[in-house]
Design a protein around this ligand. Structure first.
Ligand code: SF4
Ligand code: SF4
Length: 180
């Protein structure tokens, strides 16, 4: 498959935006995990799961990854130019209030979900299909162009289904969810 990097990044960013939508409903990280950690640290910044420069470790050598990085750095600056550091994470993009990247995150950063978060997804929302490694590879394939058009549509639809479930809007018109 030879999808142009621009198209791959565009598709990837659309999935990223759907994932942000998903996390507005599934707020275990922001509503449970981080407040719990902040209570333990006495309000000092916490790293949660951002304990390494994961974007640097796991990103692939590929033109689409390069383009994503270029767009990220144009929006948020290069890692070495980040001024404020949280001092709790080696990741340069981790500020006092967490990750500074509001978009253009790496696949590993977008897909990671720890065990307690996955358990909450299962117990509270009845979603048993989230497998973070599988999700990570799917995001990598979208970015590298190795995921075909049809698979991409299926993946996007399964994400919309997860959003419907987690938002309690299952069965209602899809118009209330983000569209292409
Ligand atoms: S993925 Fe897990 S460790 Fe990371 S912020 Fe969410 S709940 Fe916390
Ligand atoms: S880029 Fe953001 S999400 Fe990824 S490790 Fe750094 S702070 Fe965490």
């Amino acid at each position: 498959m030879n999808t142009h990097p621009q198209t791959c990044v565009q598709r990837y960013l659309e999935i990223e935006s759907l994932l942000h939508h998903f996390y507005t409903f599934f707020d275990y990280c922001a509503a449970v995990c981080i407040p719990g950690l902040l209570a333990l640290s006495g309000g000092a910044p916490v790293a949660a799961c951002c304990k390494n420069r994961y974007y640097r470790i796991y990103d692939l050598e590929h033109p689409s990854f390069d383009l994503l990085r270029k767009e990220r750095e144009a929006l948020y600056g290069r890692p070495e130019d980040q001024k404020e550091s949280s001092l709790v994470s080696p990741c340069e993009y981790h500020g006092e209030k967490g990750c500074r990247l509001k978009s253009h995150k790496s696949p590993v950063c977008l897909s990671f979900m720890c065990r307690p978060a996955i358990e909450n997804l299962r117990e509270k929302h009845n979603i048993f299909t989230y497998d973070y490694l599988g999700f990570n590879y799917a995001l990598e394939w979208i970015l590298s162009g190795d995921m075909g058009e049809r698979e991409w549509e299926n993946f996007r639809e399964s994400l919309l289904e997860m959003i419907r479930k987690v938002s309690g809007k299952q069965g209602k018109a899809q118009g209330s969810l983000p569209e292409k």
